[in-house]
Write a protein that binds this ligand. Structure first.
Ligand code: SF4
Ligand code: SF4
Length: 142
């Protein structure tokens, strides 16, 4: 098993520092890889990242919900061009740096969202995508 970062990730970066095996990497380029991603082959299932996420975007692989029930005002982020994700979002990461996301959607209270499709990008990012790209550690060090 591994842990999975889902589309509720807003690139806050707060989970990176607590990972004892440094397997959480920010997506790059951001328009194609908008979340942070967990390397499934390196994650040791310690669970330290889950309480650090202010947006509750991280789940164990077998608990990624197929019907996540929104409380309302959660923001879901997708690669640029994803249909229905037309709202820009701006906030701060845990270093106080501005984060801008172009392709997001604000969830309504009671809306049920299937997050299971978010599992595969965590694998793809490391198998076919940039993985541990040059400069990722500097990018998250603030
Ligand atoms: S703490 Fe949550 S929102 Fe921040 S980068 Fe990690 S998964 Fe994304
Ligand atoms: S569960 Fe532990 S090892 Fe896996 S990504 Fe989270 S902090 Fe890192």
């Amino acid at each position: 098993m591994t842990y999975i970062i889902t589309s509720l990730c807003l690139r806050d970066g707060g989970c990176v520092d607590v990972c004892p095996v440094e397997c959480i990497v920010p997506g790059n380029p951001q328009d194609k890889w908008p979340w942070y991603y967990i390397d499934p082959d390196t994650c040791i299932d310690c669970g330290a990242c889950i309480p650090e996420c202010p947006y509750e975007a991280i789940f164990t692989e077998d608990e990624v919900p197929d019907a996540f029930e929104a409380m309302g005002d959660e923001v879901q982020s997708m690669p640029a061009g994803t249909a229905g994700f037309d709202t820009p979002w701006e906030g701060e990461n845990h270093h106080g740096q501005t984060v801008k996301l172009a392709s997001t959607k604000v969830l309504e209270a009671g809306e049920a969202v299937d997050l299971t499709a978010d599992t595969k990008p965590n694998y793809d990012f490391f198998e076919d995508g940039p993985g541990y790209w040059d400069g990722w550690e500097e990018a998250v060090s603030g």
